[in-house]
Design a protein around this ligand. Structure first.
Ligand SMILES: Cc1cn([C@H]2C[C@H](O)[C@@H](COP(=O)(O)OP(=O)(O)O[C@H]3O[C@H](C)C(=O)[C@H](O)[C@H]3O)O2)c(=O)[nH]c1=O
Length: 185
């Protein structure tokens, strides 16, 4: 597998080894030993998530305040623009965002350690999004940042004529500056 350092401190792009033949293809989507040895992922994953979205759905930006989750994310059907924002105040990439295309076609996985806000935009008619988390979901611990926060200025690849679909929660998320007095991992 190929491991590429992303511009945010600690984030990685992982490209698994794909075995194609006349029937189709096969790849190992996770392997404790290999991901520890080759990507340095040594935090245990305790929860797998799956979300289905349709074109124009934007989920995020979400994080957990006191129980931050590391996430290994991938797309198994369709295409998304995936975004991580470094909210770790002591990090060299604090306040910076990074986005990449994750798709069933590129088979890329994206690792963000605990301490990032995460979101994605569905770019295909339908999107199957899967991810592994290093801590459990704690709804009372959840924080959100507005997807269009001008301070972050995330360059979402919005598609002409495709209305955004957001949850009520995401439609009213605060700006990043609302957390200026809070110290995250
Ligand atoms: C995240 C989560 C949600 N839920 C329940 C709570 C709600 O009844 C329902 C939908 O939750 P929510 O609207 O928060 O789902 P997303 O908007 O996809 O949230 C996720 O989107 C961004 C992109 C993330 O990275 C996080 O994993 C997560 O915040 O699923 C659970 O039961 N367990 C969970 O781990």
């Amino acid at each position: 597998m190929k491991v590429i350092e992303a511009p945010l401190d600690g984030c990685l792009i992982i490209e698994p080894e794909v075995y194609s033949d006349s029937r189709g293809f096969f790849y190992e989507s996770f392997h404790v030993e290999r991901y520890r040895k080759e990507a340095g992922l040594n935090l245990p994953f305790v929860q797998d998530n799956f979300s289905y979205s349709e074109r124009g759905v934007l989920r995020g930006l979400h994080f957990q305040r006191t129980r931050p989750q590391g996430k290994l994310v991938r797309v198994t059907h369709g295409e998304s623009f995936d975004v991580a924002v470094d909210i770790r105040r002591g990090s060299t990439s604090f306040g910076q965002w990074y986005g990449l295309i994750l798709s069933a076609e590129n088979r890329r996985q994206f690792w963000m350690p605990p301490g990032f806000a995460h979101g994605f935009l569905a770019l295909s008619e339908t999107l199957a999004f899967e991810y592994k988390c290093t801590d459990y979901y704690q709804p009372e611990d959840e924080g959100g940042i507005a997807w269009d926060d001008p301070e972050l200025a995330i360059q979402w690849p919005l598609q002409n004529g495709v209305p955004l679909k957001l949850s009520v929660k995401d439609s009213s998320a605060p700006m990043f500056s609302a957390y200026r007095d809070e110290i995250f991992l």
